[in-house]
Design a binder for this molecule. Structure first.
Ligand code: HEC
Length: 124
């Protein structure tokens, strides 16, 4: 009887452990995307638009205009590395300012991940 109880207990503990790790993994991914989305809505949407196509009121007065993340040309042109660099350091002579003093490296990665996945739709 004691042995049976111990076995039941250790199975329960094992299951708690496994589901705990799986769940925290799932949440880690979704929250990274959510963090990216929050940052985009807060800091980037005004120029790039909520769909990322650059059709915004601000775009009317910007030269060059914001990149249209949904065009095939941009999708080919923008590697993940280039995007991270441009967001970190900005694009000289354009309205795209450097974000390194406002966002952490991880936040910049998250917002680039959000753009690539949800707006450019080039990530699974
Ligand atoms: C004030 C308007 C403005 C805001 C706000 C803004 N951008 Fe931009 N962004 C631009 C413009 C303009 C360009 C085009 C620059 C160019 O043609 O070189 C651009 C280009 C880019 C590019 C492509 C750069 C490249 O290498 O060609 C990325 C990626 C980008 N923005 C991401 C972001 C992210 C992420 C944010 C928010 C954290 C943001 N932008 C906020 C105006 C803005």
């Amino acid at each position: 009887m004691a042995g049976y109880c111990r076995k039941l207990l250790s199975t329960a503990l094992f299951l708690t452990f496994v589901s705990g790790t799986l769940l925290s993994k799932a949440f880690a991914n979704s929250s990274d995307l959510e963090i990216g989305r929050d940052i985009f809505y807060k800091h980037c949407k005004a120029c790039h638009g909520d769909k990322g196509n650059g059709k915004t009121f601000a775009a009317n007065v910007l030269n060059p205009p914001p990149k249209n993340f949904t065009s095939e040309k941009t999708k080919k042109e923008l590697t993940e590395e280039r995007m991270i660099h441009s967001v970190t350091k900005g694009r000289k002579g354009t309205a795209m300012m450097p974000w390194e003093s406002n966002l952490t490296e991880q936040e910049i990665r998250s917002v680039v991940h959000y753009i690539r996945k949800e707006l450019m739709k080039i990530l699974k």
